[in-house]
Ligand binder design. Structure first.
Ligand code: AMP
Length: 285
């Protein structure tokens, strides 16, 4: 595996691979890698000749200095993990390499970025938009892989790439979970054993909601049941629980006309902010 920290060096390396006709797959991450990231890598490796992974904790997408500072970083063990699974190139730039000058360009996504995460994380998606467009320009991959754990992020990036005709395909990858059902996340490292147990109730709640969705229970009942369930879990503080249209993420009081629906949750456990969702794309079946 080549580990490269500079944009120019990465581009020179990729240029020679591309002239050899190799297809490039790209997995952007913020590191502190886990099985969720490795699933993206696995899919990337299956469908492309070359797999490039980036590790960059992007300051622009954090609205909270404490959250940015506490974000887990472990480049040495991340690199070992990526080498082991056969990644070809790891791109791990510094902040000054990525932003030698503060970016004056911004990516505004409009309405969809004001919902769910956007309501609670000021400027988050704008920061994601800048870093993802920059990384996609630098790497210029044929395919880029994003987890459905960050459903809103996936949808906004897909939309950005469509709207601006980025010449690549965005692939969404299903959520990878712990045995307890807890969605894997770099932030889980900050939880105690007890915290991990409390956090596993986030996906338990979604499991109950799934059963109700399958029975076509009214949306209002699903919301109420889920809210009551989470309120009953000591140590779990939900920030939002929303049932939304799976195409535009607008809040629903009834089943949508579209085929897809999502139930999205953000919650704090031991001061760690966690998100999860249930995304159902075949409601009519
Ligand atoms: P992050 O390092 O948290 O920015 O995540 C990098 C990529 O991995 C994003 O596209 C995430 O959606 C994806 N990802 C993170 N956790 C998971 C998971 N548990 N399952 C699937 N994808 C994930």
């Amino acid at each position: 595996m080549n580990q490269i920290n500079e944009i120019k060096e990465l581009q020179a390396r990729l240029k020679s691979l591309k002239t050899d006709g190799k297809s490039i797959g790209f997995v952007p991450t913020m590191g502190a890698l886990h099985e969720g990231h490795l699933k993206l890598v696995e899919e990337c490796k299956l469908a492309n000749d070359i797999c490039v992974v980036s590790i960059f904790v992007n300051p622009l997408q954090f609205d909270n200095a404490d959250d940015l500072e506490k974000y887990p970083r472990d480049l040495v063990s991340d690199a070992a993990m990526l080498e082991k699974v056969g990644v070809d190139v790891l791109f791990a730039p510094t902040v000054s390499e990525m932003y030698p000058k503060p970016a004056v360009v911004n990516i505004l996504f409009g309405e969809m970025a004001t919902l769910l995460e956007g309501k609670y994380r000021n400027g988050h998606f704008e920061g994601v938009g800048v870093v993802v467009s920059k990384l996609l320009h630098i790497v210029s991959p044929d395919k880029a892989y994003f987890g459905l754990k960050d459903l809103q992020q996936y949808m906004l990036i897909k939309r950005m790439c469509d709207d601006l005709s980025f010449p690549l395909e965005i692939i969404g990858v299903d959520i990878v979970r712990e045995e307890s059902g807890l969605a894997r996340s770099s932030r889980n490292r900050r939880l105690s054993k007890e915290g991990l147990e409390i956090a596993s109730n986030i996906s338990k709640g979604l499991g109950i909601a799934k059963e109700m969705l399958d029975k076509k229970s009214p949306i209002s009942e699903i919301k109420q049941k889920l809210t009551n369930f989470y309120n009953g879990v000591e140590g779990l503080d939900t920030e939002y629980v929303e049932v939304v249209d799976g195409e535009d993420l607008t809040s629903l009081d009834d089943y949508p006309k579209s085929e897809s629906i999502a139930i999205c949750v953000a919650a704090y456990v031991e001061n760690v902010r966690l998100i999860d969702n249930l995304f159902s794309q075949d409601l009519k079946n």
